[in-house]
Design a protein around this ligand. Structure first.
Ligand code: HXC
Length: 514
């Protein structure tokens, strides 16, 4: 029997080595960790249970018959993060560049199917040269099998992708369908076609990093939600994100203990809004003062910075924060911020995460660039997302709430549960100058002193509309509150809404404007 046990130990050792010592050395020289080192960093110590470590590919073409490496380029299994179960796969670049073969795909699909049955998130660590070229269409089929599972799992279990090396061609579409993408500066790349194809087709010269590096995707394309300097930091932040998420769509995000006897009044909030309504301030300061321990985990921090989105806790409960940022483009809504916000709102709604909306928005961004690129189509995504969301939704109007953007940012009319406003709130169809120029056009132009008339009408308009009280008289605002009272009010609101139940009409699926 001893020799049988020793045989198993030997096979395990062989599988653990993946592509062998030399390939591991090369991987380290590129500044990358191995598939197994990554798993160890990601999950709770000793919790990883691997499966399919002995699976080998079935191809005999182009020399593959001489390269049967156990595990076949991907490590799959189950583990725990902060004690909570997770399913994961980690592509092993040391084995044929982590390329995706028939059996490699079967391994990934096996754990994804298991994740759906047991209702736990999937984390994919990607580091692959793409479809295993020697296997041809079988490998493409393997990708499609994964894409289908990513799609069917969407909204059922959270899916997180970390890109830790190359991710090229159609392979990008698996991470793209998942909920969050992490990338690492300098060592991870995503593109549909690489720099050489780009050069042939469009004659553009572009580096790997500029075309599909982490910073490009975090700030220009919006493909990456998070970017970090190295893999250790990246994996630590995957753990952090995981801590804000429920295991599946029926589960609740992990609640933390909270001392409700604590003094929640915070006078610092009274001093943030400048006296001049056109002066910017940093909305993140308000976010940090409103959430527990100022622990805000921002998503998409480098993309469409005029809208802030991210996770935090209020009274121990996880909430998704969506806030206009007056420091960038005066906090207007544009195409990119609408798409960013809509995707975040829909993620939170799919996974029972309540929404906290902090509003200071002068409207949608005007101009041909926005109109021609479809601000109507894209702006409606954010509106649609807030309208369809049935999770608890609490809005605080901090300052401006003008035009369509007032409706969009989770107004009472689209099922806001609690809509508060600070005394500094300005709620109107449009800003004073534009409004006065339209409605008093004749009166101003026919006046002997147009400037004086303009100022007189401006004062009248400001007096009437740049406050929260008309909305409060109609019940569109539930309560006008002092800034310092905000934290206590939102803590109470989210506690009250814990048992909220709301439904949308039954249907096959909605048709969000894409
Ligand atoms: C088979 C592959 C491979 C692949 C890499 N390797 N990619 N084997 N199929 N797709 C192998 C290499 O032959 C090499 O094997 C080992 O992995 C390491 O590769 P290197 O080139 O030495 O590494 P590096 O210099 O770091 O370059 C990494 C790379 C490059 C940029 C990923 O290997 C590359 O360009 N690979 C091809 C990428 C590609 O075009 N893939 C197809 C994309 S289209 P040895 O034995 O020498 O160590 C696609 C379609 C998906 O994926 C469609 C889904 C719908």
């Amino acid at each position: 029997m001893k020799d049988k046990f020793e045989k198993l130990e030997g096979l395990r050792l062989e599988a653990k080595l993946g592509g062998g010592e030399n390939k591991i050395k090369l991987q380290h020289e590129k500044g990358k960790l191995t598939a197994r080192e990554r798993v160890q960093l990601l999950v709770d110590e000793g919790s990883f249970q691997e499966i399919d470590a002995f699976v080998k590919h079935r191809s005999n073409d182009f020399g593959l018959e001489k390269q049967h490496i156990p595990g076949d380029g991907v490590v799959t299994g189950f583990a725990r993060i902060e004690g909570r179960q997770v399913v994961l796969y980690s592509q092993d670049f040391t084995v044929l560049g982590g390329s995706l073969s028939e059996t490699n795909s079967l391994k990934i699909c096996k754990v994804m199917d298991m994740a759906m049955k047991i209702g736990v998130p999937v984390i994919g660590l990607n580091d692959s040269g793409g479809a295993r070229i020697q296997e041809g269409v079988v490998s493409l089929g393997g990708y499609a099998d994964i894409f289908l599972r990513n799609t069917l799992a969407s909204g059922v279990i959270p899916q997180i992708s970390a890109i830790l090396g190359p991710c090229a061609g159609g392979a990008v579409y698996s991470p793209a369908i998942t909920d969050f993408i992490f990338m690492v500066k300098n060592t991870s790349h995503m593109f549909v076609t690489g720099p050489s194809v780009v050069k042939t087709v469009t004659h553009e010269e572009v580096s790997f990093e500029d075309l599909g590096g982490a910073e490009t995707h975090a700030s220009k394309s919006g493909v990456a939600h998070f970017v970090f300097d190295n893999e250790v930091e990246t994996l630590a932040n995957v753990r952090k994100l995981f801590g804000f998420l429920p295991l599946n769509w029926k589960d609740q995000a992990p609640e933390k203990e909270f001392d409700f006897k604590k003094d929640l009044v915070n006078e610092k909030l009274d001093g943030i809004i400048p006296a001049n309504p056109n002066k910017p301030y940093d909305m993140k300061e308000i976010v940090r003062l409103l959430i527990d321990d100022s622990d805000f985990f921002e998503v998409h921090s480098n993309y469409a910075q005029n809208l802030i989105v991210g996770f935090g806790r209020v009274g121990g409960l996880v909430v998704g924060v969506i806030a206009n940022q007056p420091e960038v483009l005066a906090g207007v809504l544009d195409i990119n911020s609408s798409i960013k916000g809509a995707r975040f709102v829909r993620f939170c709604d799919a996974f029972n995460i309540p929404l906290l909306i902090l509003e200071d928005v002068p409207g949608f961004l005007p101009g041909t660039e926005q109109e021609w690129n479809g601000i109507i189509r894209h702006g409606s995504k954010l509106l649609f997302a807030f309208c369809e969301a049935t999770v608890p939704k609490v809005t605080v109007i901090i300052r401006k709430a003008y035009g369509g953007a007032y409706d969009v940012m989770n107004s009472k009319h689209i099922r806001g549960d609690f809509n508060f406003a600070w005394p500094s709130a300005e709620i109107a169809v449009m800003g004073p100058k534009g409004a006065v120029e339209i409605i008093f056009k004749k009166e101003i132009s026919s006046s002997k002193n147009p400037d004086e008339k303009m100022n007189e009408k401006l004062e009248e308009y400001i007096e009437k509309f740049t406050n929260p009280y008309i909305a409060a008289e109609r019940g569109y605002i539930d309560e006008v509150i002092l800034p310092r009272e905000t934290r206590i009010r939102i803590v109470q609101a989210f506690q009250l809404l814990k048992t909220k139940v709301d439904f949308n009409p039954k249907k096959k699926h909605c048709n969000i404007p894409l």
